[in-house]
Design a protein around this ligand. Structure first.
Ligand SMILES: Nc1ncnc2c1ncn2[C@@H]1O[C@H](COP(=O)(O)OP(=O)(O)OP(=O)(O)O)[C@@H](O)[C@H]1O
Ligand SMILES: [Mg+2]
Length: 301
């Protein structure tokens, strides 16, 4: 399994003496660099007639909102480049680096994975041979945090993500349900307090009830985290419920077709997702995607 290695790459912090990528809290709002800025970013693989372009001229800006981050949801058909966008932000090959265009994170070009960005994948990406608490403490271990302190923090996170220290801390991943494993994956990432959280269909493999519970969990955790989230999902309901803003991508080569501002989340997922006002937005996006897909298909003929 390759993904834990990827997380390991994301985990280590830069040396304390390095120039901080993140502005201090005192930085005047107007001087704060954007969290993420894509300018005409294109990614192609191969050359000549065999060349394939996965995303084309993708441009967007996510501003740094003082005291709070923004929750961006990304929707689009399979293969349109959603994971590509996340992995470019994370600095993960082979999607990174881009073929052309400019990609800035906190005002600087991305050169590699960094501790300011953390990723949660759809696949359960814990280390099979580590217990829950050791999995959650892994990133802190990479940073050289002493064992007692990192286990203390890991146990706090076990409770924060709705697991139980007494029941679950010493379990191994194969002893957990899918939902529990994703709770571990979320804790592993958030314990490192990344300023940018990248989530690639994290609830895609979960049953509907577990999924709603996980959405509530994310809303609760995110409010404390003050981070910017990029959250890829195939569920329009999930995108509308969680997002402050949604980017809707075209089919391959992916490009942003529409950006939508979304209503604030203020009720539990199960309640809010039954309300007419909520459903109206979901249907509006569904109609829009249907129309976009039809016009894209027509264009392909
Ligand atoms: N290393 C690679 N070499 C060649 N093509 C690649 C590579 N990685 C991704 N692609 C292609 O880039 C396109 C976009 O892939 P990506 O994984 O970003 O799509 P996605 O929108 O996340 O799809 P899904 O919803 O199915 O997860 C796909 O056609 C994929 O096959
Ligand atoms: Mg994907």
């Amino acid at each position: 399994m390759s993904e834990p290695v990827v997380n390991a790459e994301v985990a280590p912090a830069p040396a304390p003496s390095a120039t901080p990528a993140v502005p201090s809290a005192e930085t005047h709002a107007a001087e704060r660099p954007h969290v993420v800025q894509f300018t005409k970013v294109t990614k192609s693989y191969g050359e000549g007639p065999k060349a394939f372009t996965s995303i084309k001229d993708v441009s967007f800006t996510v501003a740094d909102l003082p005291g709070r981050g923004e929750f961006i949801t990304i929707l689009g058909p399979s293969g349109c480049g959603k994971s590509t966008v996340l992995r470019l932000i994370a600095g993960l090959a082979p999607q990174f680096p881009q073929t052309s265009g400019e990609l800035l994170v906190f005002g600087k070009p991305v050169t590699a994975p960094g501790a300011d960005r953390g990723m949660v994948f759809q696949d359960y990406t814990s280390f099979d041979n580590r217990t829950v608490e050791d999995n959650i403490a892994f990133g802190l271990e990479c940073r050289g945090v002493p064992q007692k302190e990192r286990l203390e923090q890991a146990r706090q996170w076990i409770e924060k993500v709705g697991l139980s220290v007494a029941r679950d801390a010493r379990k191994y991943p194969h002893e957990l349900s899918g939902g529990m494993r994703q709770r571990v994956a979320i804790a592993r990432t958030l314990i490192l307090k990344p300023r940018i959280i990248l989530m690639d269909e994290p609830f895609g493999a979960l049953d509907p009830t577990t999924r709603l519970n996980m959405q509530d969990l994310i809303v609760k955790l995110w409010k404390d985290q003050e981070a910017t989230v990029f959250f890829v999902t195939h569920s329009i309901e999930e995108a509308v419920y969680l997002g402050d803003r949604a980017y809707i991508f075209s089919s391959s080569p992916g490009t942003i077709l529409k950006e939508m501002k979304l209503p604030a989340t203020y009720k539990p997922a199960k309640v809010m997702q039954r309300e007419q006002e909520f459903l109206d937005i979901v249907f509006e996006i569904r109609d829009l995607i249907d129309k976009l897909e039809t016009s894209t298909r027509a264009g392909d003929d």
